[in-house]
Write a protein that binds this ligand. Structure first.
Ligand SMILES: [Zn+2]
Length: 304
């Protein structure tokens, strides 16, 4: 392996997640794994370029997705942008850092780290196995797509991966299925009936909430994959509780969800587990759903 280690790491991950790139001048263009990862046809808006003088690779979504979200989709971290481990970004390299975004203020207020480094899981010990299948439906109940959750045992623990399939006239094929919230028919019924609705980060938490007798939903693809089109299904809902996972991606996701719902929903609250990271941890610790704690900064911001 040459000295351009960061280039090899990042393009190998992009080849795997987004398919092969296309050279365009100095840049190689890929589908952005954050906003173009829905399996549809797009003009690729993610560019990568190697900077030999700084021994680093630059990753840029020209539609504006944050670098950290892109790296997270690739299973990488900021340090993978640099050939030499431990290299630091230059001062001022982060643009737009003068005013912290709402979510970042909440993250700092909660004493959480602004970025999450996933520890290296080590080599895989057993092949992945299918752990769950979550069916997504059209408003009339027809199947639209599904999310398959796989887990694989690595030396340092289990690694989860998610795959999406869409339902077509001829069967199932790999790929995204539009911006349909999980359990959409039940969501629409709750909107009509004026019931409270819970928005979680993933399907497992949604099922924890529905087991407790509540109406809950999420978007496919987890944090980073919420799209404004998901919000239109909530139009006219009386009250929505956004349940934030207790980490930086969870807070950013919750802020994005709350903002996109705030125009069309009567009341938006942003809450989190009293113990643990998510709703499932909260329930496992013996707490009632009504004991979810408000997220400082975010909850106040969206309450009227
Ligand atoms: Zn993007």
């Amino acid at each position: 392996m040459g000295t351009d280690r960061s280039w090899d790491t990042i393009t190998a991950a992009l080849d795997r997640v987004s398919g092969p790139g296309r050279r365009s001048g100095d840049w190689v263009r890929y589908l952005c794994p954050v906003h173009e990862g829905d399996g549809r046809r797009h003009h690729p808006s993610l560019g990568v370029v190697y900077n030999p003088s700084r021994q680093r690779t630059i990753v840029r979504c020209f539609a504006g997705c944050p670098d950290e979200e892109i790296l997270e989709r690739l299973g990488l971290g900021v340090r993978d942008l640099f050939d030499v481990p431990g290299a630091r970004r230059g001062a001022g390299e982060r643009s737009g850092a003068t005013e912290l975004a709402l979510a970042d203020r909440a993250i700092l207020a909660a004493g959480l780290a602004l970025s999450v480094h996933k520890p290296d899981p080590g080599p895989r010990i057993k092949p992945p196995r299918q752990a769950a299948t979550y069916l997504y439906r059209h408003p009339d109940g027809r199947s639209a797509g599904c999310v398959i959750r796989e887990v694989a045992l690595h030396r340092q623990g289990y690694v989860k991966s998610f795959f999406q399939y869409r339902r077509t006239d001829s069967g199932w094929e790999p790929g995204g299925f539009g911006h349909l919230p999980f359990r959409l028919p039940e969501l629409l019924e709750a909107v009509r009936a004026g019931h409270d609705i819970y928005v979680c980060e993933g399907e497992a938490d949604v099922l924890t909430a529905t087991d407790a007798g509540l109406t809950a939903t999420c978007n496919a693809g987890g944090a980073n994959a919420w799209h404004p089109d998901h919000a239109r299904w909530f139009e006219g809902a009386r009250r929505v509780w956004v349940v934030a996972d207790r980490d930086a991606p969870g807070y950013r996701h919750a802020a994005k969800v709350a903002r996109s719902l705030s125009d069309s929903v009567g009341e938006v609250r942003v809450v989190q587990a009293r113990d643990g990271k998510d709703l499932t941890d909260h329930r496992a610790a013996g707490h009632a759903i009504s004991d979810l704690d408000p997220v400082p900064v975010l909850d106040d911001h969206f309450r009227r």
